[in-house]
Design a protein. Sequence first.
Length: 375
Amino acid sequence: MPGPLDSSRLRHLGDFSGLAEIAMAQRQLFPPPAPDLRDRARDALGVLALTAAQVRTERTWTAGELSGEEVSWEVGFGPRTHAYVLRPRRAADGVLPGVVALHCHAGMKWAGKEKIADGPEGPSPEVARLRATLYDGRAWAAELALRGFTVLVPDVLGWSSRRFPTADMPDGVPDGLDAPLSEADRYDVAAARHEHVLAKYCTVLGTSYAGVVAGEDFAAAAYLRSRPDVGAVGCAGLSGGGLRAALLGAFDPDVEAVAVVAMISSYRDLLDGFVARHTWMLYPPGLSRLCDLPDLVASGAPRPLLVWYGERDEILPLSGMRRAHAMIAAHYRRAPAGYTGVFADAGHSFGLVAQQRVFGWLARHLKADGGTAWP
């Protein structure tokens, strides 16, 4: 494996690649993690202590064998967070294991929960297009619910019900388009520019984009556990949703199983021209002075953890995925059965093969109420 600070590999820094060597020498980056890494990382990210307050049910529906509920809550700022709760109809009020299903980033913020779950209206053309690319056309949270789970799909800061007003965001669309953009696509263009502004505000306010999002996901997981129809709770997500799952697992000790799809690489290998491809959520200030990313992902060991690596991932280096796998396995060396690392002939996606593997893994590791898995 090439050295992580070989200046010929730091493509985005070019003539300034020596910055990496100087920073590495002076700032002591990627040290071995301390025993209290989870607490120190939570402080470094500025994870906000948020709760789901004033919860209410907005509407309910049924679709085939599925029961759906849209709930909303306050986290203390911005519009109410909306979330879908999906369950198999035949479960009635029975206790099922729960999963917080975390929507991806994908450069699409007009939709959030809708990217991986349907309300009564069904998917928009933009959502259908994204699902075809990333999820083999499936609303995977619904499929997971049908297998015997209570699945919570919440929006988070910047997406769908938590969108910013367009008046507060940069304006303008790319020149030379062959066709007019839809309202959703226009919003996503503005949101891509606005994320830089949002990340700067978070930093000035002593938190980070990752810290705010993790706080909102923490509140969502606590709400799911509070429901009388839910037993043990895990979480899962693709890409930006996978990062959210990893952070939720790192900071919430009551999450009992974590599945991360197409997201994990070492930071040091991302330096090879991959940094610009990712959301600000992946780069909270100060974390690299505490550990490399795989150390934080594995910080809940020996709790069950699955990481799916796509060997043809367009936005993650294979060298970084392999390094991450080795690092995580080392954290689980005393409980190797707790970690499942899967390398697959796949790109940056959560297709049907990956879904089958992850759903089965969740069923094995989450129980209904301390007893057996729900049939």
